[in-house]
Design a protein around this ligand. Structure first.
Ligand SMILES: NC(=O)c1ccc[n+]([C@@H]2O[C@H](COP(=O)([O-])OP(=O)(O)OC[C@H]3O[C@@H](n4cnc5c(N)ncnc54)[C@H](O)[C@@H]3O)[C@@H](O)[C@H]2O)c1
Ligand SMILES: N[C@H](C(=O)O)[C@H](O)COP(=O)(O)O
Length: 351
């Protein structure tokens, strides 16, 4: 009999919606047919109790000692790996004193995955600017932090709509399936062109191909690759990255056996005819790919970090400071992120 995987859920920026989304998830009955798993929140128990009270949701918080097994899942009960806040927190009000708290929750969860306490990591949103303003120069996001913490050279950010999570369901009638991976992640636009190198594209596409097989059960991935420039460079008249970098790299990788379309003009790639039969799209930069994905499935999509030695998923949204503490944020993406992490853990995680 398979044991239900334990997932560590970091509750993210304490002034954002993360803590209350964790409360919502813990107090709602799982959807029929939902994957079997046990969630352990990583954060300040008093903060979670406060948000549960504000939402009027009774919640029993069970503080776990290191390596203590969480109890069986039960709506209204939330096991916690406790990490204390550094300063009192009001919803919607950022405080640089809590930046180290956010990073400590992540470190605790990473340690838990490495030590076999958890089979995967799910992250609620953090606020990048407050971490930078607290003095963590160079901080870019969870994705890059996990890359460095795990000591790997490259990771790939991919967001997927929940249709993609049910690829095996032939009667699905929901949003179109879409998986969008990024060649570059949190970079100012003026640095993107220099970052699109043959070396980076090669690493990213190899990881994407391998992890679609490993985590998503895609036997022979077909990946559509965007150009960088309008009309994929218009034959070199609107930029030469397609001719000099992207196309030659794709040609080399095809010889390795990867199935790659492109480079294709990004404006028409995201249309049903071009997406038919495609398992993932590789966009060259953040706002080339993610607006399309979020238009198709905001609130029903998850963010996955590929290329790590551990399972990591996240929500498709940020800290939503404007909604924090009001109980109005949609927990849909967090539910998808948790279900996907459980699925990935079953396919090949650690614990
Ligand atoms: N996974 C993550 O950690 C993650 C993801 C995206 C953004 N961020 C960070 O979050 C911070 C704020 O970013 P932003 O303002 O660009 O994006 P945001 O997603 O926080 O907010 C954008 C809009 O979406 C709405 N929204 C967000 N989540 C929602 C939810 N669950 N239900 C209903 N509406 C929701 C907000 O109210 C807002 O109107 C930034 O620091 C950003 O870097 C973190
Ligand atoms: N780029 C992501 C998004 O727009 O949803 C987001 O900022 C998350 O990044 P990390 O998971 O790296 O924090």
């Amino acid at each position: 009999m398979s044991v239900s995987p334990v997932l560590a859920l970091t509750t993210g920026e304490p002034a954002g919606v993360g803590p209350e989304l964790a409360v919502m998830l813990a107090t709602e009955a799982p959807a029929a047919g939902a994957a079997d798993h046990r969630v352990v929140a990583v954060g300040d128990p008093d903060l979670l109790a406060e948000r549960a009270a504000a939402l009027g949701r009774p919640l029993e918080l069970v503080e776990l000692a290191p390596h203590e097994a969480p109890p069986a899942p039960c709506p209204g009960r939330l096991p916690v790996w406790p990490v204390p806040l550094r300063a009192p927190c009001r919803p919607g009000v950022l405080d640089t004193r809590n930046a180290d708290y956010v990073l400590e929750t992540l470190d605790r969860a990473i340690r838990g995955c490495r030590d076999g306490e958890a089979a995967g990591l799910v992250t609620a949103p953090l606020h990048k600017a407050v971490i930078l303003e607290a003095g963590h120069a160079g901080f870019r996001g969870h994705t890059e932090y996990l890359r460095d913490a795990c000591g790997v050279d490259e990771v790939v950010m991919m967001l997927a709509t929940d249709r993609a999570l049910h690829a095996e369901a032939p009667d699905w009638r929901g949003d179109p399936a879409l998986r969008v991976a990024l060649a570059t992640t949190h970079l100012p636009l003026r640095e993107v062109s220099d970052a699109v190198t043959p070396e980076r594209l090669t690493r990213v596409l190899r990881i994407l191909d391998a992890d679609l097989r490993r985590w998503f059960g895609v036997a022979a991935p077909r990946i559509a690759v965007c150009g960088l420039n309008p009309h994929a460079g218009e034959g070199g008249h609107l930029g030469r990255e397609e001719l000099e970098v992207i196309a030659p790299t794709l040609a080399r990788l095809r010889q390795e056996g990867l199935t790659l379309d492109g480079p294709l003009p990004a404006d028409t790639l995201f249309t049903p005819r071009h997406l038919a039969g495609v398992d993932a799209v590789l966009a060259m930069y953040h706002d080339q790919g993610l607006p399309v994905l979020k238009y198709a499935g905001f609130g029903r999509a998850a963010n996955i970090t590929l290329g790590l030695p551990l399972v990591r998923t996240s929500v498709d949204h940020g800290t939503a400071l404007d909604l924090a503490g009001r109980g109005e944020a949609d927990p849909g993406s967090l539910a998808v992120a948790v279900a996907l992490a459980a699925d990935m853990a079953r396919r090949g995680g650690h614990a």
